[in-house]
Design a protein around this ligand. Sequence first.
Ligand SMILES: *Cc1c(COP(=O)(O)O)cnc(C)c1O
Length: 381
Amino acid sequence: MLNNKGLNVTAFIPVNEPLLDGNEKKYLCECIDSGWISSEGPFVQRLEKEFASRMGRRFGIAVANGSVALDAAVKALDLGPGDEVIMPTFTIISCAAAIVRSGAIPVLVDSEPDTWNMDLRQVEQKITPRTRAVMAVHIFGLPVDMDALLAITEPRGIKVIEDAAQMHGQTVRGRPCGSFGDLSTFSFYPNKHVTTGEGGIIVANDEALAERCRGLRNLCFMPQKRFVHEELGWNFRMSNLQAALGCAQLERLDTFVARKRNMGRRYDELLADVRDIQRPLTSTAWAENIYWVYGLVLDDALPFDAEEAMRRLGAKGIGCRPFFWPMHEQPVFRRMGLFAGESYPVAERMARRGFYLPSGMALTGAQMDRVADMLKEVIAP
Ligand SMILES: *Cc1c(COP(=O)(O)O)cnc(C)c1O
């Protein structure tokens, strides 16, 4: 079916589609024309410099993705056996995987039911003499109150890794997300506000920590004696092709954030009169939502869960994604004996009742209108 602009309005609406209509093609062609395609090419350093500076940081270390950025950050802070790292149960597996692989112990906290972010009162309660770090994860568009978190961690000498993978361009009381942790990390996956296809970056102010991350990213080659190694690293390098995309995307970050905020407002308006769903908060005292994704949580009054809602929306051509499944309910961790008997009711409910609507950068107003129509048919037929 075509609408009055000749657009096909009944085609499947994917949950994410990136917007690549700036200098992406031009910069990629520069890579190919110059022959610089590996991590040695000039776009990598340019992205590191420009991204770090945009986030108010001295150093940037581009890596292969946002997951390995966390592995490198955990290792660079020397977290390991015997150390406890406090983190939210409601997040992506990458966070817990990095901690578990290092030999350190992940200590979980539940989410706040309104912001969906880690509950800072629980963070304070979970601190023990073995707590070495907190891995703070900003969820879906609203950041953790980093000032409040640092007020807990700093006096106790507890390190902070800030996972800002969903927060490019967001701020906490005017300060950029990604500027708060001892090390902060981002992902450049295609559903993130800045994408390189696959990619990520670590940002830091401390030169020694930054150098450590640089070494870990590149197999811990030594500058003086290349093939002699004092430590084990990884090949987590980013290619010049990826960084070329990143430089083009970064040029438009402000536009992208404004675009996402407009999407959030439009969904809010379209869904304002839909009962029995929890919509994202528009703001907190410290930040205005940037809607990395537009999430919904179904009220208990509805006789079906998120899985069923997504199935019905899928049948109507709307691509949705479930919320995260909590870390304490992951079979892989349960088999390892982690989190036995632990329960985090807010995250458990969000996992079962929550999902997000198409939220990609290329999403059009007409598509959002149709998503809202279909959602209304599914929720209140
Ligand atoms: C996307 C994401 C990651 C992982 O990034 P990848 O680039 O996909 O490895 C880590 N943490 C959070 C919070 C994310 O949203």
